[in-house]
Design a protein around this ligand. Structure first.
Ligand SMILES: Nc1ncnc2c1ncn2[C@@H]1O[C@H](COP(=O)(O)OP(=O)(O)OP(=O)(O)O)[C@@H](O)[C@H]1O
Length: 685
């Protein structure tokens, strides 16, 4: 059979390519296809043979140009949307407004008509074509058959369904004209069927995925603590979760698709939900429960989301959270990335810390107040193999001994008056598997030092008043702003404990020794407190460089917070720097104290101090009468009046504190240290 001929003529190149491809699919083995597009120019007048035109507009234009001879058999194509592209349209939400963009008014309307005929009647179409008078600019999705360059710029999402293809009837007509219908009929219907089956398969897969997603979503929604309602402006419900069903007392029925009126009978609540102009939160009483309802209008889908929160439960949760937060730092907040600084000194300690974080050694961190000891401890924990375990911080300064002990080791029920029913686990038990940060370790008494040493040696704890020993697996990071080695020399810190703690050691440099980090730190704090738009002026920066920063990074952070609060505009100026009085002017006072030479006390004063200490240890009341009585049988007999004078002197030296109430006079930490220096371990026993 000689090869038959067909000429395809379209308006644009893009349509020519699409339709040629489609014709080749059916005819390439038997027909020679020539194709032209008016846009590209048509070289010769077509005078005979089968001519397929992509549209009536093309026919009209060819007639006008007198490019079609009378001897031609003409088929003007009916065009339809390609099934390959329909998936994306199917996924658009019901009721969504979309722009249908085509090259001319007629083709835009035609495209919409075809889509609606194919069943896409759930979208709100607006036709769009170049040169239109009025354009709706609040629509953000456009569908176009390959005319992407004609889509207006306010559109956010374009669904390109590609140029329209010839429909089934047109292909049949062409085959008929070519006398190939009998020969190709079966092939044609097979190919069409295959396309439709493929589309059906894809849609089925989507439906499955959607069903699966829906199932997952409803599990998530039902797991929420709050009630959740999603509905459209007419009140039709698309989501009502289990918790809300409980609040509204809707038993087993499925409320999806129902109207809000059918499930909510409280008139005021209904009015609140349905009135688009009422915004914000409101409290309603539902079945005796106070419920806070928050409404949010989603303008892009014309839906409203309302959350329902039980006020009582919210308050209870808030209280619980507050309680949790009061137990300082149950998790490590900081990582090495949060440690700012590019100076050699900080880089060096960071490297040591990083190395130590790969070990499980106990670490002692020394550094003045505010140098970042806790920050480092937290970063080490975060980078260690214990990172999933708890990170608990205890600050020993200002805590009385009894409290330290019960916090660290816990207690059994009835261990002391006021002990909680059922007892309480201590921090060592709670931190099992994690890290404990012991801050201001230089402040603990000899007694606590002894207990701590035992836990470190044995890796076991026993609650106060308890009999069971429990093994614990914790890593200790201790910190101090004092010179512990000096304290060891003076015998106010146990040497054995010191070496136990100091298996890993780091000393954090004070800020005044690494002033090159100031700029980085300042930028960092400005950024985290106020964003990047704020800058510090040169002269202000210069002034800050001159300070000694005895309060280190914490002081810098505080000064910057002050400056950010008082600034006039986006600049931090020299005027924003607070008065001198705001700055810390001496090095950390702990060390200052250490340097002070201890006073020389007369023997009777030492005797008195030691006696008070012993009575304190036995928890006996210490008063002038009692002291006078016990002094009678010693080499230092004193009357109550003499004792009063000496007690005044001891108090002036800050060695004792006279208190009213059941304890009477007590020895202060400074007094204890003084005695330690004289009597050493003999005192602790
Ligand atoms: N290098 C740093 N980079 C960023 N922030 C830092 C740095 N050093 C310290 N800080 C910040 O300074 C403040 C004080 O740090 P931190 O509490 O760790 O100091 P500290 O040495 O434990 O102080 P103290 O001895 O008084 O307990 C924190 O807000 C911390 O985040």
């Amino acid at each position: 059979m000689p090869r038959k001929k067909l000429t395809l003529i379209t308006g644009t190149e893009q349509t020519r390519l699409t339709l040629t491809k489609q014709l080749q699919e059916y005819l390439s083995d038997m027909v020679t296809i020539k194709s032209y597009a008016i846009d590209e120019g048509i070289p010769n007048r077509v005078t005979e043979g089968l001519v397929v035109l992509s549209s009536y507009l093309v026919q009209e234009e060819l007639m006008n140009l007198e490019l079609l001879g009378d001897g031609c058999d003409i088929v003007v194509a009916q065009r339809t949307i390609s099934y390959d592209c329909i998936d994306e349209i199917v996924l658009l939400p019901k009721g969504r407004e979309v722009l249908f963009v085509n090259d001319a008014q007629a083709s835009a309307h035609e495209g919409i008509y075809i889509l609606q005929k194919l069943g896409v009647d759930y979208l709100k179409f607006t036709p769009y074509f170049p040169g239109m008078d009025e354009v709706k600019t609040d629509i953000d999705i456009a569908i176009t058959p390959g005319e992407i360059d004609k889509v207006p710029s306010f559109i956010k999402k374009i669904v390109d369904i590609g140029p329209r293809i010839m429909d089934f009837t047109t292909i049949t007509k062409i085959l008929y004209q070519l006398n190939l219908l009998d020969y190709k009929a079966e092939d044609l219907s097979d190919k069409y069927l295959e396309k439709i089956i493929n589309m059906a398969k894809r849609l089925a897969q989507f439906t499955n995925e959607i069903a699966h997603l829906n199932e997952h979503l409803s599990l998530v929604l039902d797991g929420l603590n709050d009630g959740l309602l999603v509905y459209d402006l007419q009140g039709s419900i698309s989501v009502l979760n289990e918790n809300l069903k409980r609040m509204l007392k809707i038993a087993n029925s499925n409320p999806t698709g129902k109207n809000t009126k059918e499930v909510i009978y409280n008139k005021a609540l209904l009015r609140f939900l349905m009135d688009k102009s009422i915004e914000g939160d409101k409290i309603f009483s539902l079945d005796g429960l106070e419920i806070l309802i928050r409404k949010l209008y989603l303008s892009n889908s014309n839906h409203i989301i309302a959350t329902f929160k039980s006020i009582k439960e919210t308050m209870e949760t808030n209280d619980r959270i507050k309680q949790e937060l009061m137990k300082k730092g149950h998790y490590a907040k900081y990582t090495f990335e949060d440690i700012i600084g590019g100076s050699n000194k900080i880089i060096k300690v960071k490297q040591i810390a990083q190395k130590l974080s790969t070990t499980d050694l106990t670490i002692l961190i020394e550094g003045e107040s505010g140098t970042g000891k806790e920050l480092f401890a937290s970063a080490i924990h975060h980078a260690s193999k214990r990172k999933k375990g708890p990170f608990l911080a205890v600050n020993f300064s200002s805590l009385p001994d009894e409290l330290i002990e019960s916090e660290l080791f816990g207690y059994e029920e009835g261990a002391f008056t006021g002990a909680k029913k059922g007892g309480k686990a201590g921090i060592f038990e709670e931190a099992d598997g994690g890290t404990i940060f012991l801050d201001e370790i230089g402040d603990i008494s000899m007694k606590v030092q002894a207990r701590l040493l035992r836990v470190l040696q044995e890796k076991e704890v026993m609650r106060i008043g308890g009999h069971h020993i429990k093994s614990v697996d914790v890593r200790i990071i201790a910190a101090t702003n004092r010179d512990l080695s000096q304290m060891v020399k003076e015998k106010s810190f146990r040497e054995d404990l010191y070496y136990r703690l100091k298996m890993g050691y780091m000393k954090l440099p004070p800020l005044r020794e690494r002033k090159e980090d100031l700029q980085l730190l300042i930028d960092y704090f400005i950024k985290i407190e106020s964003g990047e738009s704020i800058v510090i002026q040169e002269d202000a920066l210069g002034k800050l460089f001159k300070y000694d920063w005895y309060g280190n990074v914490r002081e810098l952070e505080n000064i910057l917070s002050y400056m950010l609060a008082v600034r006039e505009n986006n600049h931090l100026t020299i005027e924003d720097i607070p008065d001198k009085g705001f700055f810390i002017t001496t090095s950390n006072h702990g060390k200052e104290l250490e340097k002070e030479p201890p006073p020389v006390l007369k023997e009777d004063m030492v005797y008195l101090l030691k006696k008070i200490y012993e009575l304190n240890q036995k928890k006996l009341l210490v008063g002038r009468e009692k002291l006078a009585e016990v002094s009678k049988i010693t080499s230092y007999p004193m009357t109550p009046a003499q004792i009063r004078g000496r007690l005044d002197e001891l108090e002036r030296l800050d060695f004792i504190k006279k208190k009213r109430g059941k304890h009477g006079t007590i020895v202060t930490q400074k007094g204890e240290k003084y005695l330690m220096a004289l009597f050493g371990d003999e005192l602790a026993l």
